[in-house]
Design a binder for this molecule. Structure first.
Ligand code: KIV
Ligand code: ZN
Length: 519
């Protein structure tokens, strides 16, 4: 007997991107989309094309780039313009889906939409049919389904399936459901919608009560065969069901659920790192599956058990999820060959130039730090890989501060043409002074919204990972920098954010000069 596969629908780039402070630019969305394709997700919800020209461009680019490898989906409200715009952005993809939604609960009908039940059904049917004229793969979501009267939900689902919906998604939009309740909703639809077998039932659970994964698993037990989720559980408010938790629950407890997925689970940890790096949303240390402590055993009795047999306290192996822990791996005397091998084992591919930079950083670090962990190596790699795209490279930075002195920062930057640019500035402290000096060299003024420093591994000599969020011309940019010196780490993080802003303004200037009439 073959095992049935649950469709994994990832909405990191749509619902995840909607969460405060998580917006991404097109290049960042493309990086995430590539990682999702390699992870093996079945459907990527790439965005909400009508929301802005940037959203449209991102969905279209992802559709063109990856639409031959997985299904690319775009969201639309039940409005003609939304559906048309979603289709425009998706039409070049080989595999595409339009996702149409309309709220159905009494609260939304009365207070938000000011529409009665009849109008809701008519609008949903009309827009599903419009989308189905464009495309054979249509998803319909009755928003706030978990708080919708069951008989009305059945009516909407039945009529939208008849109009052409091939997937009906049941959202718990406000995270109100509990597992028994949500299981009952799905069972009720299975029993009372006459054409339910003509569509795939999906679930989309929010995590306001911390139950998104539990509710999604209950939905699967009741008959759902698609689950909507996000990397690291990103999403509106408390987020959506975490993809990594869903997938590993189904895999580790296949005995209980009896399903499989197409996910390459060894890519879960690297994908989680990539998304937290790009969005700046740190993963809590004790987060299931992808937290730094997810496989750490502190208690002596546990460590003793683990030494006898890892299955005593481990229900899955760290390598099954591509976990990069604080395992001691390399030292000062490890050569280039061992280092390259370790990078391969950590699933990274580096071109020769980036490899050389990371290797030099590693030798530098090994001089300063006694023990080097996998997590240090990953931080060094990430430090150099997202730096490669920037026009300005940090050559040196220096700060002086202390009682009775005015904190002063000096920086030297190099541009692609090999020219060195330097400047100095003062600030309230040494970090601020260096950041001001960077702004003077590049000629951009930014507002620092957030700066966080975390240690990458353990010990007083640990690498510090600095994340910054800055506001430039009304747009948010993020950057990360890693160093044993927090001033240098802050400079690297800030420089990455400024590089992104500068690239955006150069792009806008190029577009304006190639089309001078466009405003
Ligand atoms: O939470 C929700 O209801 C949604 C829909 C658009 C599916 O995100
Ligand atoms: Zn949602």
């Amino acid at each position: 007997m073959t095992t049935e596969t649950i469709t994994i629908f990832d909405t990191t780039l749509r619902d995840g991107e909607q969460s405060p402070g998580c917006s991404m630019n097109t290049a960042e969305k493309l990086d995430v989309a590539k990682a999702l394709v390699e992870l093996g997700v079945d459907v990527i919800e790439a965005g909400f094309p009508i929301a802005s020209p940037g959203d449209f461009e991102a969905v279209q680019t992802i559709a063109r780039e990856f639409g031959d490898r997985t299904t690319i989906c775009g969201l639309a409200r039940c409005r003609k313009d939304d559906v048309d715009r979603a289709w425009e952005s998706l039409k070049d993809a080989e595999q595409k889906r339009i996702h149409v939604f309309l709220a159905t609960s009494a609260i939304h009908r009365e207070h938000k939409l000011k529409m009665d039940k009849k109008q809701i059904v008519e609008r949903a049917v009309e827009m599903v049919a419009r989308a189905a004229d464009y495309c054979s793969n249509i998803e319909f979501s009755p928003e706030d389904a978990a708080r919708t009267e069951l008989d009305f939900l059945c009516e909407v689902v039945e009529k939208t399936i008849a109009a052409g919906a091939t997937t009906v998604n049941i959202p718990d939009t406000v995270g109100y459901a509990v597992p028994a309740h949500f299981r009952h909703v799905i069972e009720y639809l299975k029993q009372n919608v006459s054409n339910i077998d003509d569509a795939v039932i999906s679930c989309h659970c929010h995590n306001d009560l911390g139950l998104a994964v539990a509710n999604s698993l209950a939905a699967i037990e009741a008959g759902a065969r698609q689950v909507e989720c996000t990397i690291n559980g990103l999403g509106e408010r408390a987020g959506n069901a975490a993809l990594e938790e869903m997938v590993m629950a189904l895999k580790v407890r296949q005995d209980a659920f009896g399903f499989t997925t197409n996910i390459n689970t060894q890519k879960l940890f690297p994908t989680s790192r990539l998304v937290s790096g790009i969005t700046g949303m740190h993963v809590q240390r004790n987060k299931a599956i992808v937290g730094q402590n997810a496989f750490a055993h502190e208690a002596g009795i546990h460590q003793h058990g683990m030494l006898q047999d890892s299955s005593t306290y481990e229900i899955m192996r760290p390598q099954d999820v591509g976990y990069v822990g604080t395992k001691l791996v390399l030292g000062k005397h490890s050569g280039r060959h061992a280092f390259r091998e370790r990078i391969g084992e950590l699933s990274y591919e580096l071109d020769d130039e980036t490899f050389q930079r990371v290797f030099d950083d590693f030798i530098d670090l090994a001089d300063k730090k006694k023990e080097i962990y996998d997590s240090d190596i990953v931080a060094l790699i990430e430090n150099r890989t997202d730096e490669a795209a920037g026009r300005w490279k940090l050559v040196s930075c220096h700060a002086t501060a202390g009682p009775g002195t005015v904190p002063t920062g000096t920086v030297e930057l190099e541009t692609d043409d090999g020219v060195i640019h330097c400047d100095a500035a003062i600030g309230g402290g040494p970090i601020e002074a260096v950041l001001h000096a960077l702004e003077r060299v590049i000629g951009i003024t930014a507002t620092l919204e957030d700066l966080q420093i975390r240690s990458v591994s353990r010990g007083k000599d640990a690498l510090g990972e600095v994340s910054v969020e800055v506001l430039i011309d009304g747009r948010t940019y993020r950057g990360h920098g890693v160093s044993v010196d927090i001033i240098e780490g802050s400079a690297r993080a800030y420089l990455k954010a400024l590089n992104k802003a500068e690239a955006d303004s150069r792009l806008a200037a190029t577009k304006a000069s190639s089309n001078p009439t466009e405003k």
